[in-house]
Design a protein around this ligand. Structure first.
Ligand code: FAD
Length: 535
């Protein structure tokens, strides 16, 4: 099979155009082309009047070797790589030890699935509830302000990305094509086939819920066990080796192999780990606000007259600005046609995030506009100091919002002028349970406010209308990534605790659903190889 990259065709090309482009590119006769498969489809919308679709195609043709030789100097004509997943191990039938995975977010899900597929019968422990019950709790908070601190946007089956836009792309290097394994498993669990080939795939929240249920059933069918409402409260150590766990129901569980995939919001678990002497470091993260605009404005700006074209869908954006005060402001977790969501897992705190349905058809576009902060400058002195800072900002937002889980918000124009907002403008807020218009200028450190005030007008140069007066800022966005890193070595084990495999976003090794899934697979492989070695 040959892979052709960078095949460019107009947005409105007809069905035959791809075959013709292949024939033209390789200078072959049409009958020499047996078949083609679209491996990736992206677009180039830099010129709004002439938007191009860009294809990566896997093709079968006569005389493949000869053709590859003819095009040996053309980097866009190469043998198609084998992207299929190969298991690194298979558990012997008589294996008795069972590995444990803590957390059933994307990282724990893929660690558990791959361990189960290799025959290691993992036990997966998840503090939150199964996804349907969790959905009720989460919607209960959004509608009635009743927060369940163990079952919410952050905690429960599916992890933090369950109520999300379900974006499935990442910038991690992936030479072994683990990302393909993640996407393929999602498709088998019911995700739309197109996530296999569009360049920026997304699933949307409702589809994710059903897929997670199917993947849970598959793990159980393969011999895995999943326990919900089961928090890990203690890790037992003997001479630097994990020997077991204490669960929230008081039960003790013996195990020498534990994947720790608890996500970035497991603050109590981070404290427990640090108290046990497991090596933890503070790491940089970002803080800021959610920004909302009309999606139609973003679409028109990015796609011009092609706005609304179903192939392009709702437009996204990615923005970065380096500020005079040395800080960097960037857009993050952009959700086209989505809603801003209440994402706290702790009482008396307000946290924003964003989600969309697969259709991305809500009226507003939202994204986080955040400022990078780091331990040396902004929260020095203690490995867990980033958590203290997050909590302080979230408490300030709670108080500013009226101490009832409404989020403080301000019109962009007023924020730039430094005056409190009194009335909403043309952009209707999507955050529930509600917002309180106020002055956001004091809710973040001054350097962050200054940086965001400088960045928004700069972003307006790329997206005209971005600094529109009546766009909306809602705060605070603090759970952008983990405030700590739980360091591991080449064997994927904690640098001072054998048998503990810190993985995923909470440990500082992933940022997003896809990269967390990839890290889960890698952790599963490391556990499997170690268990075989010690069997
Ligand atoms: P998590 O998903 O956080 O999972 C950790 C799990 O561990 C949780 O279920 C938690 O309940 C459990 N847990 C914690 N402590 C314990 C304990 N002591 N015992 C037992 N269980 C425990 N990323 C994208 O790529 N695309 C998106 O569109 C996107 N949108 C998002 C929208 C929202 C609203 C949020 C909150 C996040 C979004 N993200 C998105 C980020 C993404 O969800 C995370 O990067 C990803 O879920 C991290 O996966 P993880 O498995 O490492 O951790």
């Amino acid at each position: 099979m040959i892979r052709l990259t960078e095949i460019k065709l107009p947005l409105d090309h007809n069905e035959d155009a791809i075959g013709q482009a292949i024939v033209d590119k390789l200078k072959i006769k049409p009958e020499q082309l047996h078949s083609y498969n679209v491996f990736k489809r992206g677009y180039d919308a830099r010129k709004k009047t002439a938007i191009l679709l860009i294809y990566t195609l896997d093709i079968e043709v006569d005389n493949e070797e000869a053709l590859l030789n003819t095009f040996s100097k053309d980097q866009h004509v190469k043998p198609a790589p084998d992207t299929s997943y190969k298991f690194v191990a298979q558990a012997p039938a008589n294996i008795t030890e069972r590995p444990v995975v803590i957390g059933f977010g994307p990282c724990g899900l893929f660690a558990g699935l791959v361990l189960a597929q290799m025959g290691f019968n993992p036990i997966i422990l998840e503090r939150g509830k199964e996804v349907r019950e969790r959905t009720k709790d989460t919607f209960g908070f959004w509608r009635k302000r009743t927060l369940n601190t163990e079952s919410n946007v952050q905690f429960g089956e599916g992890g933090a990305g369950t109520f999300s836009d379900g974006k499935l792309y990442s910038q991690v290097k992936d030479p072994k094509h683990y990302g393909r394994k993640v996407i393929t498993e999602f498709v088998e669990a019911g995700a739309p086939d197109e996530i296999l080939y569009v360049s920026k795939p997304h699933i949307g929240t409702f589809k994710l819920v059903t897929m997670i249920e199917k993947m849970r059933a598959r793990i159980i069918e393969l011999g895995g066990e999943i326990r919900f409402s089961t928090r890990v409260d203690d890790i037992h150590l003997d001479d630097g080796q994990v020997t077991g766990l204490t669960l929230s129901n008081g039960e003790k569980l013996d195990t020498r192999h534990v994947v720790l995939a608890v996500g970035h919001s497991a603050r109590d678990t981070f404290k427990m780990i640090h108290d046990k002497g497991i090596y933890v470091e503070a790491k940089p993260f970002s803080v800021g606000f959610r920004i909302e605009h009309k999606q139609s404005m973003i679409d028109e700006c990015r796609f011009g007259d092609n706005a609304g074209n179903p192939i392009l869908g709702s437009a996204d954006y990615k923005l970065v600005h380096h500020c005079d005060n040395g800080r960097t402001v960037y857009s993050f977790c952009m959700c086209p046609g989505g809603t801003v969501v209440a994402a706290t897992s702790e009482e008396g705190r307000v946290v924003t995030n964003g989600m969309s349905q697969y259709s991305r058809s809500e009226r507003n576009a939202n994204s986080a506009i955040v400022v990078g902060i780091n331990p040396e400058k902004d929260f020095p002195g203690h490995p867990l100091a980033g958590i203290d800072l997050q909590r302080k900002l979230e408490e300030q937002a709670y108080a500013l919002g009226g101490s009832n889980y409404d989020a403080p918000a301000q019109l962009i124009g007023d924020f730039l002028k430094g005056k409190p907002s009194g009335n909403i403008g043309g952009v209707e807020p999507s955050y529930t349970p509600g917002i309180k218009l106020t002055d956001l200028g004091k809710v973040l450190p001054q350097f962050a406010i200054d940086a965001i005030r400088e960045a928004i007008p700069a972003f307006n140069k790329q997206i005209r209308g971005f600094s529109t007066n009546d766009g909306l800022l809602t705060g605070v966005e603090t759970r952008t990534s983990s405030p700590i890193s739980i360091k591991r070595d080449k064997s994927f084990q904690s640098i001072n605790t054998k048998g503990l495999y810190p993985a995923g976003e909470g440990a500082g090794y992933a940022g997003g659903i896809l990269s967390a899934g990839i890290d889960g697979i890698k952790a599963a492989e490391a556990v499997a190889l170690s268990m075989l070695e010690n069997a």
